[in-house]
Design a binder for this molecule. Structure first.
Ligand SMILES: [Zn+2]
Length: 295
């Protein structure tokens, strides 16, 4: 991972970095494709910004000029225990940030904001990882889209994009939890000292923490925690590939949006599948993806 601290008062600790790496290694199912998270972190730098340098993409935690200190300061809001901010308040992915004259994909994190949403060190470690993986999911959707088209920030695209990014994050974290647990048990049986260097990856149930967090986020994010895994595997890639070609699907998009906004917390998998199928009926992009990966 290529982490560059621009002006944050905090940095990512070696323990946090190795936790994120361990999630990417255990959590993804194959590591030989150009769009896997380990590859993406080699290509996409992660910048750390302090809160007052973060763009105001949410109405939360705006900075103000403190004349006495001649500096900008940000009052980080305290979130009620049952409400969490959108992921983009904590970090974001930009597919075309001008770096040395060329548009480059970057990820930005705000460690101060992440810390303000964590109750202790373990939560800070988990939440940092969750934000990184969520932003990498946006990056993966962008890389796989190929058409390089970014849809405007209409409500439909926002709900689709954020719910898939959260759902893909959860999928990786769940797989990490399962594999890591199995691995730790097998190491424990052989020789516990082997596990000592990985003591900082001993956090368990990061998926459970992430799911709880997402369920308290704004609704498009919450949808990600409620999407059945089967639909995520089947349709995220089609969203990536086809998001630029959905202008004529006005009715289908409206039907999907109406359903998810009114049935959140009570989604019917069959009905949902029909609605996704109606939107992505153009071709079999998923099959192309599987063939490309030789699956
Ligand atoms: Zn996002």
């Amino acid at each position: 991972m290529n982490i560059i601290n621009i002006n944050s008062t905090m940095t990512l600790t070696p323990a946090q970095i190795s936790f994120i790496q361990s999630i990417m290694i255990f959590g993804e199912d194959d590591h030989w494709a150009e769009d896997d998270f380990v590859h993406l972190t080699q290509d996409i730098p992660i910048f750390l910004l302090t809160a007052h340098s973060m763009p105001h993409i949410t109405p939360l935690g705006h900075s103000r000029y403190d004349a006495k200190r001649n500096a900008y300061t940000t009052d980080l809001p305290k979130f009620p225990l049952d409400r969490k901010p959108p992921m983009e308040y904590l970090g974001f992915f930009d597919s075309g940030y001008p770096l040395l004259g060329h548009p480059k994909p970057i990820i930005v994190l705000c460690p101060e904001r992440i810390a303000s949403c964590a109750q202790n060190d373990d939560e800070l470690m988990m939440l940092t990882a969750i934000v990184v993986i969520h932003e990498l999911a946006h990056a993966k959707i962008w890389v796989d889209g190929q058409c390089r088209y970014q849809p405007g920030e209409d409500t439909f695209s926002h709900w689709m994009e954020e719910s898939f990014a959260n759902a893909m994050t959860l999928r990786i974290l769940r797989r990490y939890d399962r594999r890591h647990d199995r691995w730790m048990r097998s190491v424990g049986r052989r020789d516990m000292t082997t596990a000592a260097p990985l003591a900082n990856t001993l956090i368990r149930r990061v998926a459970e923490f992430a799911e709880n967090f997402m369920r308290m986020q704004p609704e498009p994010y919450r949808l990600g925690a409620e999407l059945p895994n089967r639909l995520v595997s089947r349709f995220w890639y089609r969203w990536a590939r086809e998001k630029g070609q959905l202008e004529n699907k006005t009715e289908e998009k409206e039907n999907w949006l109406n359903y998810v906004t009114t049935h959140l917390g009570n989604l019917d998998t069959e009905r949902l599948e029909e609605l996704y199928k109606a939107i992505f009926s153009r071709d079999n992009a998923f099959e192309i993806y599987r063939r490309r990966r030789g699956q």
